[in-house]
Design a protein around this ligand. Sequence first.
Ligand SMILES: [Cu+2]
Length: 269
Amino acid sequence: MLEQLIELMNRLNVNMLNWLPEAASTYAPAIDEVFYIIYIITGLAFLLVTVVMFWCLLRFKARPGRRARYSHGNVALELIWTIVPTIVFLGIFFYSQSTWSIIKYPSEFPESSVQVRVVAKQFAWEFHYPGPDGEFDTEDDKMFDGDMVVPVNQVVGLTLRGSDVIHSFFVPEFRLKQDILPRRDIPAWFNATKTGRFETPCAELCGPGHSGMKGWVNVYSDAEYQAWVAEQWPAPVDTGVEEMGQEDMPQGGVDPMDQEDSGQADTAQ
Ligand SMILES: [Cu+2]
């Protein structure tokens, strides 16, 4: 039903939602669906109001001899235009609830395999990585100015931290937007479905340099990401788990696929 309507809107060239940026995260299609439903409802309401307005203009226009009549109101009509929008709004609320909750409620978040702390400041983005130990604020942490690197098809957990005023982390292609407040850590997540370089413009007016406050999310393929990690945190790695994984390999007996899997499991922790 929704798809047919979208198809029809596309054919009639009235579908402004075609202007949305490409969808490149797992939850982007669900967000777009809510967009479409609201777009269709408001589009129909716009049509209805416009038609009724023009009908009234013609039907009740001034005519010689006709006197204006004072209307005190119509209870039935008022009930209808209160109850119908209430039902529509509640419907949108319940319909979008599942999408909203997986994106916004930390208890509903999927488990992440990569953790990045995003620090917003006037007027730049800092992306902090915990390093091989998986712990923030330790010696192997690394900070990248303006560029975040993540693997494709993996859940990336974010901690959004503000250092001065209110900012907003926004990746249009992921349909992810979250305000950042000073002195608060706000969790967020995404799972990118396409490789590429996606801009993260600050989406909350934060001062004179706001328009220049840009960052980038670089989504790499798995192999590219592993290579990037190896380049940033060169071996030897001092966690026992990693060492075992690397040294056992030449001795044989280990399926390379298993090896890769356990490597991923390591980064997951
Ligand atoms: Cu800003």
